[in-house]
Design a protein around this ligand. Structure first.
Ligand code: URP
Ligand code: ZN
Ligand code: ZN
Length: 470
């Protein structure tokens, strides 16, 4: 099957040019001006931008967490992603027992219903000889990144273990990812807050202070420097973390960082709203000063990636919503109505990321369209071993393409976003710029708001080891 995307303005991380794109089967075959149709189905992209589909390297689909599961599974989450212009995601696999490879294999079955392409990171919540022995096999399976935690009692491991993980990751060509918070202090603060009768969502932020995140970031950079290994710090959120990241990078530590839209737009005042549980995530949303500094770091290249940490829950899991014509309800944020520490941590975002960020960052003149592509597709592809198959538009690359209407105005919210949950953080926002058509490996899966995707169309992507330092 051939498709010719005609007369669009192509935007990659480095170039903007008027050209046609010929897709043959799943790949981009040719790019150039005035390409002949030659029996191809023609898609007119005159006046539109043509960009690589987004890559979200941080999602949690169907994940057991806080006595429930995240409410998007690999079908519903990948569908929501596609509606927002994202065509590839990397999902976190929880470690079961002492076998990372068996955990990945079992998780792979859940992901088979994905509509778009995907890969996995393993969450290393334990470190022992059995786990270590399987690290080389993970690379053979195409899993070339792992996440360690300095927070959550059930997930965090010691500094010594993190250091050993880093050295093993380096030896076998994996990228270490790290959740940076002051876990032990958090546990003390939560116990004290609850003992004092503080149960509301704002105490989630007050018990997860920024200084804990800043300290954990500095510690992580120090461990990476000593292990001489690349490090990628996830969901960075606090002004001081930006300073630590900048300092470490300026001193030659091979560390990179991502942030997520929630850390650009929201803060503790949102947690103080009557529906503040909607904003509970870890690390927490912080202050306008933190938001401003994270924006700056994203625009000046201190941060390399904008992902989402998509981990949605229902706000009221007792009241069903209709999803694809069927009622859906599942325990969510109401689990913590009397105790902030029981509110499932996480937010929806996989479908919001590109439209919201385009509108706030490109339409408002903060970054160029090329920077947008770099932060949301090209850099993630390079860092996580997907490039140049994904993350750019070039002959030989997968035809994962978003045709973007930069002038389209959309009143955004839960009815537009396709996440399987009952709320959206950007309710009523007036967005400028929206994906019009989305292709996944050459197949048109979203067309002007119409859904053409099917469960199982997505493929597991075997990723390359040895991440570059961006
Ligand atoms: O609140 C969050 N971020 N939930 C997902 C788990 C994590 O730490 O990324
Ligand atoms: Zn995390
Ligand atoms: Zn996460």
């Amino acid at each position: 099957m051939k498709t010719l995307i005609k007369s669009g303005t192509i935007v990659t991380a480095s170039d903007t040019l008027k050209a046609d794109i010929l897709i043959e089967d799943e790949k981009i075959a040719l790019m150039g001006t005035d390409l002949p149709a030659d029996g191809a189905q023609v898609v007119d992209a005159q006046g539109k931008l043509v960009m690589p589909g987004g890559i979200d390297v941080h999602v949690h689909f169907d994940m057991p967490f806080f006595a429930t599961f995240s409410s998007d599974d690999h079908y519903t989450g990948s569908k929501a992603a596609a509606f927002g212009g994202t065509t590839t995601y990397l999902d976190f696999v929880p470690l079961e027992g002492d076998s990372p490879r068996a955990s990945v294999e079992a998780w792979g079955k859940k992901a088979e219903k994905s509509v778009i392409d995907y890969g996995f990171h393993i969450m290393l919540s334990r470190w022992n000889p059995a786990v270590e022995a399987e690290i080389p096999g993970l690379v053979k399976d195409g899993v070339t990144s792992l996440k360690v935690f300095t927070a959550y009692e059930s997930l965090r491991i010691s500094d010594a273990a993190i250091f050993q993980v880093m050295r093993s990751a380096k030896k076998h060509g994996l990228l270490t990812m790290l959740h940076a918070e002051g876990g032990e202090v958090i546990d003390v603060l939560i116990a004290e807050a609850l003992a004092a009768g503080h149960t509301t969502p704002e105490y989630h932020a007050l018990t997860h202070p920024a200084w804990g995140a800043v300290g954990a970031t500095m510690k992580a950079c120090s461990l990476a420097a000593q292990a001489e290994t690349p490090l990628y710090i996830v969901h960075m959120n606090a002004a001081g973390e930006m300073d630590m990241l900048k300092y470490a990078r300026e001193h030659g530590v091979p560390v990179m960082g991502e942030t997520c839209p929630q850390y650009l737009f929201f803060g503790i005042d949102d947690l103080r709203r009557p529906d503040g549980a909607k904003w509970v995530c870890s690390p927490p949303v912080r202050s306008p000063e933190d938001n401003a500094r994270v924006w700056e770091a994203l625009c000046d290249g201190t941060l390399q990636v904008l992902s989402t940490d998509h981990c949605p829950f229902m706000y009221d899991g007792t009241t069903p919503i209709m999803y694809e014509g069927k009622p859906y309800a599942y325990p969510g944020k109401e689990l913590g109505k009397d105790n902030f520490s029981k509110i499932p941590n996480g937010l929806p975002g996989v479908g919001d990321r590109l439209p919201v960020f385009w509108s706030e960052a490109v339409s408002k003149g903060r970054i160029s369209p090329n920077q947008f592509v770099a932060l949301t597709a090209t850099n993630p592809a390079k860092i996580f071993g997907l490039y140049p198959r994904k993350g750019t538009l070039a002959p030989g690359s997968d035809a994962d393409i978003a045709i973007w209407d930069a002038n389209k105005r959309v009143t955004y919210g839960v009815k537009v976003a396709q996440h399987r949950t009952d709320y959206n953080l950007y309710e009523g926002w007036q967005l400028v710029g929206f994906p019009e058509k989305v292709f996944s490996r050459g197949r048109l899966i979203v067309d002007n708001g119409e859904w053409h995707g099917r469960p199982g169309m997505g493929q597991y992507i075997h990723r390359n080891p040895n991440p570059p330092l961006l």
